[in-house]
Write a protein that binds this ligand. Structure first.
Ligand SMILES: [Zn+2]
Length: 61
C-alpha cells in the first residue's frame, strides 16, 4: 500500500481526500515524514504550521 500526502497540509493519508483540510490535492510523490505527538512543543510542528497530532510528509511534490 502506498500512502499519499496532502499538498496543502502535508498530512499523510490512505485515501484520496485529506480528512484534515478537505483537500483532494494529494501526491504519492513525497519524501520523509515526521510524527507530531505534541504540536505545541515541536519545533518542526511550528515550522510546518502543524497544530494537530499526526504523521506529516516533509516534502511533497
Ligand atoms: Zn490536508
Amino acid at each position: 500500500m502506498t500512502e499519499s500526502a496532502c499538498r496543502e497540509c502535508h498530512n499523510i493519508i490512505d485515501g484520496q481526500i485529506c480528512p484534515k483540510c478537505g483537500s483532494n490535492s494529494t501526491s504519492k510523490n513525497w519524501t520523509g515524514y515526521v510524527i507530531i505527538i505534541d504540536p505545541k512543543k515541536s519545533e518542526i510542528g511550528k515550522k510546518m504550521n502543524i497544530d494537530l497530532v499526526g504523521k506529516y510528509a516533509i516534502k511533497v511534490r
